[in-house]
Design a protein around this ligand. Structure first.
Ligand code: C2O
Ligand code: CU
Ligand code: CU
Length: 478
C-alpha cells in the first residue's frame, strides 16, 4: 500500500524548520482546540448564540498565509454546546461574499430550521432558527448546504461542532479541552503559494487532499494529562474515508456513533469514518508515552475505491503524571439492536454515478412523502463506486451491509453511513414528529462532489393520512 506522508511537497518545503533528520514532518504544532461559543439567555430562557460566517487568512503552514473561511473566526467555527431540553436560538449572519446556509447536521428539528438549501442566507443577512433540543447526547456539527456550492464552502473552512449533553446520559470524560477533545479531520491540498488548491473539485470524488488537518492544525500534537481521553472524531472532509487508530496498534473503546451512545463500549483498534460520520472513542494512556493516531487503509482495500491512503493524524504525548480518570460504565444507555417492525414500509434508493433512482436533485421536486412517526426500512443499492448516505431529521440504525450486520462499533444510532461499491445497505429509520408538507428535508451522498452534482433527494414529513394530498412540486425561489 502506498504510504503517504502527512504533508505535500509544497507544504514540506515550508516546514523545513519542523522536519526531523528523516525528512518527515514532526508533529510539533499544538492541537488547536476550538473555542466554545458563548451563550446569552433570551427573555424566554432560550440559550442564544450568534454565529457569523466570514472570510479570513490563517497561518496553517509555518510562515505561510492561506485564505480561509470560518465562523466567528478566521478558519473553522466554535463549538456550540447545549443540553438536552434546552431551547436554542442561533443568529447566523453571512459575511461571506456569496449566499450560503448553515445546516445542523445530526440535529433533530423542524425542516424550516434545518439550514438546508431552501434556507439561503444572502450576504449581509441574518437567519435565526430556533428549536428545543430533544435528542440523546451527540457529537453533531454544522456546515453550509447551498446547492452546488457545498464542497467549496466546507473546504474553505466553514464547519463547526454542535455538542448535545444529556444529563441522563452516561458519565464520560467531559472536561472540554482536557479529557474531552474534538478532532475535526479534513484533508487539504496546498499550492506553491500556500493557498488551498481549489482546482481539485472535479473528477469522480472531487477534492482529495494530501495534507490532513485536525481542527485546522497541520502536524498536530496533543498533550494528554489524564489516563483516559475521550476523542470526538468528525470526518469533515469532502471525500476522504479514514480508518482511525494508533500506530502501535493499541485498542480503544468506541462509546458513541453519529447520533448517540452505543449500548455498551466496543473495543476495537480501527474505526472507519466517511464524510459526515462521527465516532467517539475513549483511549487509555500511560505516563510519559508518545503515540501517533493515524489512519491506515483497509488491508485488502475491499469495498472502497476512494483510495484509502495512509496518514498520520495526531501525536499524543502523555504527561509524566496522569490524573486518574473515572471508569467508563459498562452500559452506556444506547438501545438494543434494531428489530424490523413487521409491515414496515420499504423504500428503495438506487445510487448510480451522481443520481438517486435515476434522477438528479431538483429543489422544486418532492421525492418522498413520509408520515410522521413512521418506522421504515430504507434500502440503499449502490450500483457503482463508493458513496455514502446521509438523512436529515432522523436517526437510523444499520440493519445490514450486503446481508451481514455492521461492525459492532457502527451498531449505534447514526445519520450517515458508508456505502461500499456495489453494496446493498439496509437502514432502520424512525421518523420524528415535525411535519411540514411544503418544506423538505434532504437525503444525499455526503461526498460533497456528488452532493453538489445532484446526488440528493428531498422528503417531507406530514401528518399520517395526509400523504396523498401533498403536492410533489415546490415553489422555490432558488
Ligand atoms: Cu452534513 Cu445534508 O448534510
Ligand atoms: Cu445533515
Ligand atoms: Cu457519492
Amino acid at each position: 500500500m502506498k504510504r503517504r506522508d502527512l504533508l505535500s511537497l509544497a507544504a514540506l518545503a515550508t516546514l523545513g524548520a519542523c522536519s526531523s533528520g528523516t525528512g518527515k514532518p514532526t508533529f510539533s504544532h499544538r492541537l488547536r482546540i476550538p473555542d466554545q461559543a458563548p451563550a446569552t439567555t433570551g427573555p424566554d430562557g432560550a440559550r442564544q448564540f450568534a454565529l457569523t460566517l466570514q472570510t479570513g487568512r490563517s497561518e496553517i503552514l509555518p510562515g505561510r498565509s492561506t485564505a480561509t473561511w470560518g465562523i466567528n473566526g478566521l478558519h473553522l467555527g466554535p463549538v456550540v454546546r447545549v443540553r438536552r431540553g434546552d431551547r436554542v436560538r442561533i443568529a447566523v449572519t453571512n459575511r461571506l461574499p456569496e449566499a450560503s446556509t448553515l445546516h445542523w447536521h445530526g440535529l433533530y428539528l423542524p425542516a424550516r430550521m434545518d439550514g438546508g438549501p431552501h434556507q439561503m442566507i444572502e450576504p449581509g443577512a441574518t437567519w435565526t432558527p430556533e428549536w428545543t433540543v430533544d435528542q440523546p447526547a451527540t457529537t453533531s456539527w454544522f456546515h453550509p448546504h447551498p446547492h452546488g456550492r457545498t464542497a467549496m464552502h466546507v473546504y474553505r473552512g466553514v464547519a463547526g461542532l454542535f455538542l448535545v449533553d444529556d444529563p441522563a446520559g452516561p458519565p464520560l470524560p467531559s472536561r472540554y479541552g482536557v479529557d474531552d477533545i474534538p478532532l475535526i479531520v479534513q484533508d487539504k491540498a496546498f499550492d506553491g503559494d500556500g493557498e488551498f488548491t481549489t482546482g481539485g473539485f472535479g473528477g469522480t470524488f472531487g477534492m482529495l487532499g494530501d495534507t490532513v488537518l485536525v481542527n485546522g492544525t497541520a502536524g498536530a500534537r496533543f498533550e494528554a494529562t489524564t489516563s483516559l481521553v475521550r476523542f470526538r472524531l468528525l470526518n469533515a472532509s469532502n471525500a476522504r474515508v479514514y480508518r482511525a487508530g494508533f500506530a502501535d496498534g493499541r485498542s480503544f473503546r468506541v462509546v458513541a456513533t453519529d447520533s448517540g451512545p452505543l449500548a455498551r463500549p466496543v473495543t476495537t483498534d480501527r474505526v472507519k469514518i466517511s464524510p459526515g460520520e462521527r465516532a467517539e472513542i475513549v483511549v487509555a494512556f500511560v505516563p510519559g508515552e508518545t503515540v501517533v493516531m493515524d489512519s491506515r487503509g483497509e488491508p485488502a482495500r475491499q469495498a472502497n475505491d476512494i483510495e484509502e491512503e495512509d496518514f498520520d493524524l495526531l501525536t499524543v504525548v502523555a504527561a509524566g503524571r496522569l490524573a486518574p480518570s473515572p471508569a467508563i460504565p459498562a452500559a452506556l444507555g444506547g438501545g438494543p439492536p434494531p428489530v424490523v417492525p413487521p409491515g414496515a414500509r420499504v423504500r428503495r434508493f438506487s445510487l448510480s454515478g451522481s443520481e438517486i433512482n435515476g434522477r438528479d436533485m431538483d429543489l422544486a421536486r418532492i421525492d418522498e412523502v413520509v408520515p410522521a412517526g413512521a418506522h421504515e426500512i430504507w434500502e440503499i443499492d449502490n450500483t457503482t463506486y463508493a458513496h455514502n448516505f446521509h438523512v436529515h431529521d432522523v436517526t437510523f440504525r444499520i440493519l445490514d451491509i450486503n446481508g451481514a450486520p455492521p461492525p459492532e462499533y457502527q451498531a449505534g444510532p447514526k445519520d450517515t453511513v458508508f456505502i461500499p461499491k456495489k453494496a446493498r445497505v439496509r437502514l432502520s429509520i424512525s421518523f420524528g414528529k415535525y411535519t411540514d408538507a411544503t418544506m423538505p428535508y434532504m437525503y444525499h451522498c455526503h461526498i460533497l462532489r456528488h452532493e453538489d452534482r445532484g446526488m440528493m433527494g428531498q422528503f417531507v414529513v406530514v401528518a399520517p393520512g395526509t400523504e396523498s394530498q401533498v403536492s410533489r412540486t415546490l415553489a422555490t425561489g432558488h
